[in-house]
Write a protein that binds this ligand. Sequence first.
Ligand code: DGT
Ligand code: CA
Ligand code: CA
Ligand code: ZN
Length: 601
Amino acid sequence: MSFQKHASDLFHTMSQMLELTGSDRFRVNAHAKASRIIKDTTVDLEPLARDGDLKAIAAIEGIGKGTAAKLIELAQTGTISEYEALCTKVPIGVMEVLGVQGLGPKTVKLMWEQKGVESIDDLKRILDDGSILELPRMGEKTVENIKASIAFLESSGRRLPIGIAQQVADRFITMLKEAPGTIRVAFAGSLRRGKDSIGDVDILIATTDPDAAREAFTTCDGVMQVLAKGETKCSIRTAIGDSASRWGKDKNAAVQVDLRMVDEPNWGAALLYFTGSKEHGVRLRERAISMGMTLNEYGLFKDASSEADFKKMPPQTRGIEPIACASEEAIYLALEMPFIPPTMREDRGEMKLTEPIHVIELEDIKAELHSHTMASDGKMTIEESAAIAKARGFHTLAITDHSQSSAVAGGLKPHRLCEHIKSIREANTRIDGITLLAGSEVDILVDGTLDYDDDLLHALDVVVASPHAGLRAKPKQATKRLLKAIEHPMVHIIGHPTGRLIEQREGLSPDMNEIIAAAIEHHVALEINSHWMRLDLRDTHVRAVVEAGALISINCDGHHPGDYDNLIFGVLTGQRGWLTAERCINTWDAKKLHGWLKSKR
Ligand code: DGT
Ligand code: CA
Ligand code: CA
Ligand code: ZN
C-alpha cells in the first residue's frame, strides 16, 4: 500500500476512534478532513515526510502543522503515537463492529457504552435477545439490515462456485425478462467468462422502462439489502436460498448482484465492457488507441477526443457516430482481430491470435464416460441415466460406479461388480439408440495401485481411475501416485486428477508437466470433471494439457439426473484452457471412441 493511502486510512480510523471515545466534534472532523486531503492531494507526500519537511507539507491547502507533524512521525517511525494511544482505548472488536455495513460510530458508541458490545459476537447476542431494540433510533428495519450485513460479512471473502452463481443469475434474468419494457437482458462478468468461482453476479439490461426494471430488481424474492439504486446501476445482496443447501451452506449466505442499465443500440459495447476481464478490456482499449480509435462501454469510436472527455458527455448528446457498438463481433472485426469468446478474455495470450480458435462447445459432446447409478452412491438406475444421455444426443454412456475401497460411496466388491457388468450388458441389448459401456471409477490407492486386480479391470470397457482419499499428500508423493495409475495399461481416464473442491479443499498439487507427459506417452485422457464443486482439471491445467497435446475427457460424474446439466461448466472450463473439440475424446464419433477404448484391452 502506498504511504499516502496508508496515512489516509490511519487518519480516517483515528477520526472514528476519536468519535467512539467521545472526543469533541472539532477534533473528529479535523482528522476526517485530513484523511480526505491526504488521499486526494497530487503532492507526493512520502519524500517530504521522510525528509521532515514540515513547511512544505503544511503548505498544502487544508493540512495544518499538527497533521504535518503526524505525517512526518509516520514516515520516520512507522506509526503515529496518537493512533497507538487510541488503540489502547478502543477494543479491536469494536472497530470490527464499526466495519458492519450500515453501522456508524454514533450507533456503535451507544452499543458499546449501553450494551457492552465489544465484538461481532456481542452484537449478535443483542440481536438474538432483542435487546438491541432498547437503543435509541433502533427499529425492526435497521435490525434486519444489520443482520443482512453480518451475514454478508461472514460469507464475503468467499467466492461462489459457478453452479450456485448461475442459479442466482438465472433467477434474476427470468424475472427481468418479464419486467415491462425489457428489450434484452444477459449476465456478464466472470460468470459469462465461465470462471470456476464468482465474486459477484453482473447483469446487463436494455429496457424502455428503467423504473420497472429497477423496481423488479430491488424487490425480487430473496433480496436482503439494497446497496445502490441509481440511474444506470443498481446493486443488491440476495440470499443464495435453495442453492445454499446443495453447497452445504447456510441459507442466509449472501451474494451481491449488480444490474446495469445500458442503451440497446450499443448493447455489444456494453456487454464487451462488462464481461471483462478487466485485463482483457485494458488490452482492447490499448489496441483501439494504437489504431487511432477509442473504445469504451458505449462503442468503438474514431478518436475525436480523449476517452476522459468523452466519458464526461451524457450519451445522448455525444453525437459522435461509433464505428461499431451493436455487437461484440462487430467491435472485434473493427479492431482487426478474430472474435475472442468470453471464456478466453483473460489476457492470457488471446490478443496475439491472428486466426480464431474454435474452442469446444456444449453441442460437441457426444458421450458421457463417468456416471454413477444406484449400484453405488448414485440416485439413478441404468435405464434412467441412459434415457437422459440419449435425449442429449449422446451415442455412448459408460456406467462407472465406485470401487470397493470407497466404502462410504457404496463401492462394489468384485463379485458385485461382476453382476453389475452383466446388468449393464443386458441393459445395452435392451435399450436402443445408445451404447452402454460397462466401466468403473476405480480408486487410485495412496500407493498408486488400483482398487481391483487386472483380470477384473480387463473385463471393463472403461476404467476411470480417480484419487478419493489421501488428498493432503505432498506434491512429490501425489505425482508418484498419479503417474503409477497413468502407467497402468488398463486405465483410460484419470478422473478429477487433483481432488480439489472449490473454496473447500485444496486437493493434490502434482507436477502437472510430468503428469501430462505421462498421459501422452500412455494414451490416457485427463478428466475435466464438470461438477461445479470440482472443475478439476482447472482451466490453467487444461491450457497446459492443450499446449502439450494430451487428451481431455469432459464428464458429468452424474449421481443425480440433474447432474447432466453441469456439463456446460466443464465445457466452459475447457474453453478457458483453449480446448478444441478434437482433443476431447467425448466429442469423437462412436467408432473412433470405441476403437480408442478397445486399444487398451
Ligand atoms: P468477480 O466478480 O470478482 O468474479 O470478477 P468480474 O470479472 O465479474 O469483476 P467485476 O464484477 O468487478 O466487474 C465486472 C466487469 O466489469 C469486469 O470483468 C470488467 C468490468 N470492470 C469493472 N470494473 C472495471 C474497471 O475498473 N476497469 C475496467 N476496465 N473494467 C472494469
Ligand atoms: Ca462479477
Ligand atoms: Ca460486479
Ligand atoms: Zn465419480
